[in-house]
Ligand binder design. Sequence first.
Ligand SMILES: Nc1ncnc2c1ncn2[C@@H]1O[C@H](COP(=O)(O)OP(=O)(O)OP(=O)(O)O)[C@@H](O)[C@H]1O
Ligand SMILES: [Mg+2]
Length: 225
Amino acid sequence: MLIELKKTTKIYNQRRPNEVTALYDVSLTVAPQTMVCLQGASGSGKSTLLAIIGCVLPPTSGRASIAGKQLSRMPDRFLTKHRRETIGFIFQQFNLLPRLSVLDNITLPLLPLGISPNERKARARKLMDQLSISHRENFPAGQISGGEMQRVAIARALINNQPIILADEPTAHLDSRLSMEFMQIMADLKTAGKTIIIASHDALVAEHPAIDRIIHIKDGRLDVP
Ligand SMILES: Nc1ncnc2c1ncn2[C@@H]1O[C@H](COP(=O)(O)OP(=O)(O)OP(=O)(O)O)[C@@H](O)[C@H]1O
Ligand SMILES: [Mg+2]
């Protein structure tokens, strides 16, 4: 399995007065090339679950195996390396650097990897072409439309050819046309072999035909069908 959690628990601020158990005994497997919609109320643990699967946070207890590697007890720098190779993250606010060009935003994740400028540019141009944003290559990312920003964020999440894409409320700032466009891009990525998990309240996401599974989370517990 590409993603396998076994009795994974995440406790923030453990043994302090502000301790929060954000995930409790979560067991979940996700097969390659599937698209999952993660649903749950605010505070239910969606972003925490994405952060564990995304190798951003280690679990407090339990096992989490992502793309063949056990995250538990993995030292931070290995976790970071594994994340760069395996995970593409798309955020609600896009998290672009507004003064940097579209091209530089897209190639940003490649900087720590020692990839040559020519190779970086070549990879970014291919993605910009696929996502129809080539005409914005040299625009500052703060001076393009919301839909274009979203596509820049998608290109950045794909630039290292990571097999897993995680998206946290990606359509929250998009109108219904752009949300459908986003889902179409995700559907094409699934066809191309990616595994995708989208945390979303949006019915346009949950009801999209490319969604294979809907997982509900409540108070840090999964209700896996
Ligand atoms: N860094 C943190 N430190 C302490 N507690 C946290 C931290 N991040 C999240 N929490 C708590 O963990 C629980 C789950 O939060 P999480 O952000 O995963 O929920 P969510 O489902 O993504 O919510 P939303 O829909 O509002 O984004 C909440 O009670 C939250 O307050
Ligand atoms: Mg969240």
